[in-house]
Design a binder for this molecule. Structure first.
Ligand code: HEM
Length: 407
């Protein structure tokens, strides 16, 4: 078995930070590599941009369903459960599901959340602003996406702490710090699931204008989402919309600390906000990879992939491919064009929440620049143990204390 300097399936690898130099070495050798890491099923690592885009788009050749889109091998029962979520479906099943949820997930729905995103961000900053210090992840970045998803779904205020607890348990199960066993994560998912089912029942009878109510009513060609499909969508949104956005905001803050001149640039020229957001997305890339399974023998990047082979494409590497991004390891908020694949690359699963995430990032960084522009790093960045999500667990900060803005 080959002796790899860096094991990409090992959660410990990423505790020291994403091994960008190693990915650059791999890209220099070729865009696609066969790997057999100890204790892991052999797989093709797709590290080149063009090849990753191909895997993402060509769903007929690369299935999200056969073994799911997650990189770990799942026991049969868990795989069967995962396959019921849209992220792990292939067309035509996926197309039907996506058309139905798209009916509820409209640009207007996202716009309507803007006022609440501003208020939530102010509330979070109010809670720490007088003390002049905070844990950026726990106190600021983690809470916003949780509240936004709860608002979007129409979860009543009094139930939110339970929803936050369940989703944190489901998210944290790979990292020893959270001391959450697989059983605890599974049981949190079950509780969330039962909760969603009751709530959907209520919304069916007494609908409001939230996403859950709308989804109980949508119909295309006489077809509706059934109870199980609705509950699984609730579960997927709770995970997909939270961990990603939290880690983007935290990872971007850490990037600004490493590149203070970029912070000053944005502080002095807010017209750069949109390109800054795209660069934060490229540079941080919270979802590092997804898995596909080859549907037939196929050539990719000069390699012969066989039917049934595991294929893992690395967004985190594609987004720094020097063939596409000039000076690709540099954090440059003026970068343009910036065709990153942080939300996908035009395939059928392109992130449903991309514009909502962009809005959350924008509002958060506007408020940070307005209210605590002199924030500084006050301790070590501690990173998540995960080969899938690039995450920050703690990031201590200090800043000049200020006044609360909400009463
Ligand atoms: C910075 C934040 C986010 C990142 C980096 C991210 C990333 C991704 C990626 C890479 C995919 C798969 C795309 C593909 O394979 O083509 C995806 C799918 C998805 N995302 Fe996001 N996401 C974020 C925020 C959100 C939010 C806020 C929501 C919901 C409120 C959301 C909901 C979803 C859903 C439902 C899917 C599955 C779509 C499908 O299977 O058709 N995401 N996301």
């Amino acid at each position: 078995m080959p002796d790899y300097p860096v094991l990409l399936m090992d959660p410990m690898t990423f505790v020291r930070g994403v091994p960008h130099d190693y990915f650059a070495e791999l890209r220099a050798q070729g865009p696609v590599h066969w790997r057999e890491e100890p204790g892991e099923v052999g797989y093709w690592a797709v590290v080149g941009y063009n090849e990753a885009v191909t895997v993402n788009r060509e769903w007929e050749a690369f299935s999200s369903h056969d073994k799911s889109s997650l990189i770990n091998e799942l026991p049969e029962e868990e795989l069967a459960q995962q396959q019921l979520m849209m992220l792990n479906m292939d067309p035509p099943m996926h197309t039907r599901y996506r058309r139905l949820v798209n009916k509820g997930f409209t640009p207007r729905m996202v716009r309507d959340l803007e006022a609440s995103i501003h208020t939530t961000t102010d509330t979070l900053l109010d809670a720490v602003i007088e003390s002049g210090k905070a844990d950026f992840v726990v106190d600021i970045a983690a809470e916003l996406p949780l509240v936004v998803i709860a608002d979007l779904l129409g979860v009543p205020r009094e139930d939110r702490h339970r929803m936050f607890d369940w989703s944190n348990k489901m998210i944290g199960n790979q990292d020893p710090e959270f001391a959450i066993t697989d059983e605890m994560a599974q049981s949190a998912a079950m509780e969330l699931y039962v909760y969603a089912s009751t709530l959907f029942g209520e919304k069916r009878i007494n609908p409001h204008d939230d996403l859950m109510s709308i989804l109980t009513q949508v119909e295309i060609d006489g077809e509706q989402l059934n109870g199980l499909e609705l509950e699984l969508f609730f579960l997927l949104l709770t995970v997909a919309g939270n961990e990603t956005t939290r880690n983007l905001i935290s990872g971007a803050m850490a990037a600004f600390f490493e590149h203070p001149e970029q912070w000053e640039l944005l502080r002095n020229d807010r017209s750069l906000m949109n390109s800054a957001i795209e660069e934060m997305l490229r540079f941080v890339t919270p979802v590092m990879n997804f898995r596909r399974t080859a549907k037939s023998d196929i050539e990719l990047g000069g390699c012969h992939i066989k039917k049934g082979d595991k294929v893992v494409f690395y967004h985190i590497s594609a987004n720094r491919d020097e063939r596409v991004f000039e000076d690709s390891q540099k954090f440059d908020i003026t970068r343009n064009p910036n065709p990153h694949m942080t939300f996908g690359a035009g395939g059928p699963h392109f992130c449903l929440g991309a514009n909502l995430a962009r809005l959350e990032i924008k509002v958060m960084f506007e408020h940070l620049l307005d209210r605590i522009p002199d924030l500084a790093q006050a301790g070590e960045v501690s990173r998540l143990h995960s080969p899938f999500i690039s995450g920050v667990k703690h990031l201590p900060i200090t800043f000049s204390p200020g006044a609360k803005v909400l009463s």
